[in-house]
Structure formats: structure tokens, C-alpha cells
Unconditional design. Structure first.
Length: 256
């Protein structure tokens, strides 16, 4: 059994064949999925999916790229929705210095607000980080995010930074990039970070693993991530599946 701990089944890319995508995931033994909403439209869709499917859970928050669009009303709305029993985290939030739609200081302010919200709600926080590692780690430290913990989603940083994050009560989640031939750092993380700190995800429809790189990703591909971790650790896929599933159930407090 596998759990896709970060997937966007609420994306427009699945409008034509969502049910088939879900069925393929179940056939691939992906028995639970955590759907992440990061703006008004995708949050509403994530909540509906969590209501419609007993094996789907929701994480809701505001994406750093769109930080400039987020209002105090949006954050109040997220707080109200988070009372739903199937909302299992706040995010994805964090910093993204690759895209320049939202100024860095606006992103940082919203990031801090969502950490505060997660602490208030006693929910873990799911971190998006693109080209902003130093500031992400700094803000997590300054805001004592260790008190609530969270996930470094689709982690692509160094082993050293992964260990820093683990010390702050964060899980390391690996996705499709760990399967890319040139992905030196994710492979090192897969090899060096103990299984008890790892989870797996697709981030579908983005970042499809090899051999589907460049195509639409989907949750049925999450076993390919587990296979690469197993290769790096010289373990069986079953051992990786069992550990990462157990980690996700415990971390997100999912129904057994």
C-alpha cells in the first residue's frame, strides 16, 4: 500500500478523466491521497474531493507565488474550513523566489501568518520552497515552527538542510525528481535520510517521474518514487512502502 501525500487532483488537468485517474491510483495500491488546495478555486475543489471520497484528505493554504492576492478574509475562510475533520494540514505555503509575481516581503509575511494559523489550529504545515532555502529555514526557526512540525514538500535540497528540517520536527517528502537521472541531491537524500523521516508524493499533475517525465503526472506513479528510494537504500519496495505509509498515517493522523 502507498499513500500519495501531496497531489493536486483538484487541478484543471484532470477535468476530463478524474474518475479514471483515481481508479488507476487504486489499482496501483495507492490507497490514500492528500489533495492540496492553494487558492480559492483549488481549496474548494479539495474540500469537495475530501467529502466525496473516503480515502481522500485535504490540505488547504495559500501558495507563495500568489501571496499578493491573499486577503485577511481568505485566511479567515481557510481557518473556518480547517475545522473539517478531513483537513489534515495547512499549506502549501512557503517561499518561491523563482517566479516574481509576489514580492519577497509579501511572501514572507504570508508565510509567517500561515505558520501562526497552523499553530493555532494544531495542524502541520506543508512547505513549498523554490530557490529560497535560506529564508525558508530562517523563518521556520524564527516562528518556532518546530512546535507544530510539517512536511518539506517535494524536497530538492541537500542532506545537511534535510537534517536541519528534521531537527525542527519536519518530514522530508520525495517526489518524481528523485527518479531523474541527473537528480544528484534527491538521490543522496533518499540514500542518507532514515526511512522514519521520509514520505512520498507525486505533486501530480506536475513533476512526473521517469519514464513519464514531461508528461502529465498522476498518483498511480507514486510507486515509482518508492522504487527509486528502495534502490538508493538497497531495500525492497515493500519495506519503503510500509514505512512511508506508516509515517503518513501517523503524521497526518489518517484513518487506518
Amino acid at each position: 500500500m502507498f499513500i500519495d501525500t501531496h497531489v493536486h487532483l483538484n487541478a484543471d488537468q484532470y477535468d476530463e478523466d478524474l474518475q479514471q485517474v483515481i481508479e488507476r491510483a487504486i489499482e496501483a495500491k495507492v490507497e490514500k491521497m492528500v489533495v492540496v488546495g492553494f487558492d480559492r478555486k483549488t481549496i474548494e475543489r479539495a474540500m469537495k474531493l475530501a467529502d466525496d471520497y473516503e480515502f481522500i484528505y485535504a490540505v488547504i493554504g495559500w501558495h507563495p507565488v500568489d501571496a499578493i492576492d491573499c486577503t485577511s478574509e481568505d485566511l479567515e475562510w481557510i481557518e473556518q474550513l480547517a475545522a473539517h475533520p478531513k483537513v489534515v494540514g495547512i499549506g502549501e505555503t512557503g517561499l518561491d523566489y523563482y517566479w516574481d509575481k509576489s514580492p519577497k516581503e509579501v511572501q514572507q509575511e504570508l508565510f509567517r501568518k500561515q505558520i501562526h494559523l497552523a499553530k493555532k489550529l494544531k495542524l502541520p504545515i506543508i512547505i513549498h520552497n523554490r530557490e529560497a532555502t535560506g529564508d525558508v529555514v530562517k523563518i521556520l526557526r524564527e516562528e518556532n515552527a518546530a512546535s507544530i512540525g510539517g512536511v518539506m514538500h517535494c524536497y530538492s535540497g541537500s542532506v545537511e538542510t534535510a537534517r536541519e528540517c528534521i531537527d525542527m520536527n519536519f518530514m522530508i517528502s520525495l517526489g518524481g525528481p528523485v527518479t531523474f537521472k541527473n537528480a544528484r541531491m534527491p538521490k543522496e537524500v533518499a540514500k542518507e535520510i532514515p526511512l522514519e523521516h521520509l514520505m512520498i508524493e507525486t505533486d501530480a499533475p506536475y513533476l512526473a517521474p521517469h519514464p513519464y517525465r514531461g508528461k502529465r503526472n498522476e498518483p498511480s506513479y507514486v510507486p515509482l518514487v518508492a522504487e527509486e528510494i528502495a534502490r538508493q537504500k538497497e531495500l525492497s519496495v515493500e519495506e519503503v512502502a510500509q514505512a512511508t505509509t506508516s509515517n503518513a498515517i501517523k503524521f497526518f493522523n489518517l484513518d487506518e
